[in-house]
Design a binder for this molecule. Structure first.
Ligand SMILES: Nc1nc2c(ncn2[C@@H]2O[C@H](COP(=O)(O)OP(=O)(O)OP(=O)(O)O)[C@@H](O)[C@H]2O)c(=O)[nH]1
Ligand SMILES: [Mg+2]
Length: 381
């Protein structure tokens, strides 16, 4: 085995030199500080198991190779840790910005994009203020006076099961009755799947004194809509599906009837579920309504998806009361709420010691820690 010593100002440059000279799969054998930065002992991967160089490798066969692979992984993890620490020293503001975003629950795509745009020299509190402003500016909220629902038309509330479509529809209907009068608002129950869906809507229709119609398929809906031309606003309640359900994209066919979709997304869901919902139901939607904000300690994932998809947010809902718990969205409030979510301490919160581990440092130690963790009580399994 032939090992070579590399001296570089930092781990990143050292690694780049090693890769250039010994190949991408070079193995780092040891590192230590050097007056000029860092000294790295490395070997080309092929050299490790070169025939004749190491009889021990041949003799012990796969056991030694797997041990080498383990060491290689460990060293790579340590180098990732060096890179993390080097990055933190080189660009602490960018790293802190990404930490704030991750802690709040924003995703990697948006966090990286924002960190890359942080102007040079903006640090500390100023960097956090910059982040807040950028999020506020980029959150697409529908301005007061441009609310598509109150301007009138045909709207269908679509989205995942239980996201709050029917309750939100009732809240919107109540608002529209106040604005246009009960005779100008009609509801259509187009949820032909869930037992009791029409009955739930009928209760709201009776309370508000508005017409209720039922439509079991798109043909019936088209015919029904033809008869409702005199109404300023028609709100259509649709069946909820899981975003992965094959029937979910069919809700987009409503567009062909001249119906505009309002995507109802529960703010407290996992980022992946929100993203799926936006992709499967939300493409081409008129606007989004963020529901159940009261149940969302970390609504950042929802804001993240809205920002990336540029889907305008028309309303938020924050409780079960009809019509009280329906509000116009305020970007400042929502962004502050999302960033504050990163300060909530729970067992899911990352501590500063976790960040380098995430970057891969000292993977061995983290594995060893497993045995130190207190046993999980039986009833919590
Ligand atoms: N905490 C809270 N609960 C809400 C909110 N909006 C709706 N809910 C509740 O969520 C539950 C489901 O609401 P629905 O309006 O029936 O949801 P949906 O999307 O129509 O459900 P499906 O038709 O079954 O897909 C009900 O118990 C509502 O009272 C909200 O903003 N906050
Ligand atoms: Mg419903």
């Amino acid at each position: 085995m032939s090992a070579r010593t590399f001296v570089a100002p930092n781990a990143r440059v050292g690694l780049a030199n090693i890769r250039a000279e010994l190949g991408d799969d070079a193995v780092v054998l040891s590192t230590r500080p050097h007056p000029q930065g860092i000294e790295i002992l490395a070997s080309a991967y092929g050299d490790l198991a070169a025939p004749g160089e190491s009889q021990a490798v041949e003799a012990s066969g796969s056991r030694i190779l797997s041990e080498l692979a383990r060491l290689r992984g460990m060293l790579q993890n340590q180098l990732a840790g060096f890179a993390w620490n080097a990055g933190r020293k080189r660009d602490p503001a960018r790293v802190a910005l990404m930490q704030s975003l991750f802690a709040a629950g924003f995703g990697g795509t948006l966090a990286r994009a924002l960190a890359a745009r942080l102007p040079r020299g903006v640090e500390g509190e100023a960097a956090q203020r910059w982040l807040r402003q950028v999020l506020i500016r980029n959150l697409p909220v529908v301005e007061a006076g441009r609310d598509p629902v109150m301007q009138g038309g045909w709207f269908a509330l679509v989205g995942s099961t239980g996201s709050g479509k029917t309750t939100t529809l009732a809240k919107l209907a109540a608002r529209a009755v106040e604005r246009h009068g009960a005779d100008k608002v009609a509801l259509v129950a187009a949820d032909a799947y869930r037992i009791g869906a029409e009955a739930q809507l009928r209760i709201y229709a009776e309370l508000l004194g508005v017409d209720l119609h039922a439509a079991r398929d798109s043909g019936e809906l088209a015919r029904r809509l033809d008869t409702l031309a005199a109404h300023k606003l028609v709100l259509i309640d649709t069946a909820g599906f899981a975003p992965a359900d094959a029937r979910a994209p069919a809700t987009r066919q409503l567009d062909t009837l001249g119906v505009r979709r309002l995507l109802v997304v529960a703010a407290g869901q996992q980022g992946t579920a929100i993203e799926q919902s936006l992709v499967r139901f939300g493409q081409g939607a008129a606007a989004c309504i963020l529901s159940k904000l009261d149940e969302a300690p970390q609504p950042a994932a929802a804001l993240d998806s809205l920002i990336r998809h540029r889907l305008p947010l028309a309303y938020v809902t924050s409780g079960q009361r009809v019509p009280e718990d329906l509000h116009r969205p305020h970007a400042v409030y929502l962004v502050d709420r999302a960033l504050r979510g990163g300060q909530t301490a729970t067992p899911f919160t990352l501590s500063s010691a976790d960040w380098p581990l995430l970057a891969g440092v000292d993977a061995e130690r983290s594995l060893a820690l497993d045995s130190d963790v207190a046993p999980i009580p039986r009833n919590a399994r």
